[in-house]
Design a protein around this ligand. Structure first.
Ligand SMILES: [Zn+2]
Length: 117
């Protein structure tokens, strides 16, 4: 039997199927499970489902050119999204990180140009 990590209580059990501890249905694919769980209203995890806040912050900071913070927030977001499958926003976090990298490269190029000019 494969081991499943319950989306409801994060208990490990021999799955897939219904969690013996909290009864959450773990038989459907990851994303659907997360949504079904959220809409079922069992133990609402405030602030732990939906789009990751750090991911949004990373994208905004990246767009503003605040590269260091965008990079940090993006990495934090990726870590949190990886640990909590109910969260989305991986694309936003990656966009923030790449914007941070782009700004950093741009900054380095400008510094080099200014130094050599
Ligand atoms: Zn459970």
């Amino acid at each position: 039997m494969p081991v499943t990590r319950c989306i409801g209580c994060r208990n490990y059990f021999a799955g897939p199927g219904r969690c013996p501890k909290c009864g959450a249905d773990n038989s459907t694919p990851q994303m659907l499970r997360a949504r079904a769980h959220a809409s079922a209203g069992q133990r609402p995890l405030v602030g732990r489902s939906g789009t990751n806040g750090f991911a949004i912050a990373a994208l905004v900071l990246g767009l503003l050119g605040i590269s260091l913070l965008a990079l940090v927030f993006g990495l934090v977001a990726l870590k949190q999204i990886k640990e909590d499958r109910a969260q989305t926003g991986r694309g936003l976090a990656l966009a923030g990180i790449w914007l941070a990298v782009a700004w950093t490269v741009l900054g380095v190029v400008l510094v080099v140009l200014l130094a050599s000019g």
